[in-house]
Ligand binder design. Structure first.
Ligand SMILES: [Zn+2]
Ligand SMILES: [Zn+2]
Ligand SMILES: [Zn+2]
Length: 202
């Protein structure tokens, strides 16, 4: 029976940067507070049932803080996949749902974190390693201050790193902002910015 399948919950530990993926039954989640610690012992996700809602406290690898958020119990317990997003950066920082969907979402979280930190790429992948590294760290600062949004109103986005540029893609409308990361001028342009706006699709 569909409802007997456990729920899968994933977040990225801000301390050790590993994915924490756990399974709990609907009954376990609904019956009592859950604490889902990272094996490193330095972070834990908390879920608290509040009748028809849940309160979650999520350690966030993107801004380094914890987010206390609420969602409908029906979403947390029954939706195929849902995500909590970082209030500062707009990036998904926790996924809940069916196993396959959550694993896919968790891999995207890990990729985004790797790309933002300039890790997870082979050496020689970038046209200019130093500039790319600086551009990513600048982007991370702007994201952590909540400076990235789309003209469609969305503040959720994903990030993809290319050979000589970074692409920010709006999670709602698919609009793309391309940020060149090849030369000193590219970095200087970015350093003057406190906000970045993705031009959304109509
Ligand atoms: Zn950890
Ligand atoms: Zn955050
Ligand atoms: Zn958009």
């Amino acid at each position: 029976m569909e409802s007997e399948k456990p729920r899968t919950i994933a977040y990225l530990c801000p301390s050790c940067r590993q994915l924490v993926i756990v399974q709990r039954s609907r009954f376990q989640l609904a019956a009592a507070d859950s604490r889902l610690p990272c094996p490193c012992g330095k972070s834990e996700l908390k879920l608290k049932p509040l009748g028809d809602r849940f309160e979650a406290e999520i350690p966030c690898a993107f801004c380094g803080r914890s987010h206390r958020v609420q969602c409908a119990a029906a979403d947390l317990l029954d939706r195929r996949a849902m995500a909590f997003t970082c209030a500062a950066s707009g990036l998904p920082c926790c996924a809940v749902g069916e196993e396959a969907q959550v694993y896919a979402a968790a891999r995207r979280m890990e990729e985004t974190a790797d790309q933002l930190s300039g890790e997870g790429e082979e050496k020689g992948t970038f046209l200019n390693e130093v500039i790319m590294h600086e551009v990513l760290s600048e982007l991370k600062d702007i994201a952590a201050r909540g400076g990235i949004s789309c003209t469609c109103g969305s503040r959720e986005w994903s990030l993809k790193v290319d050979h000589s540029a970074v692409q920010l893609r709006c999670a709602r409308c698919g609009g793309v902002l391309r940020i060149p990361a090849a030369c000193d001028d590219d970095l200087e342009d970015l350093c003057c910015r406190t906000t970045l706006t993705i031009r959304g699709r109509e």
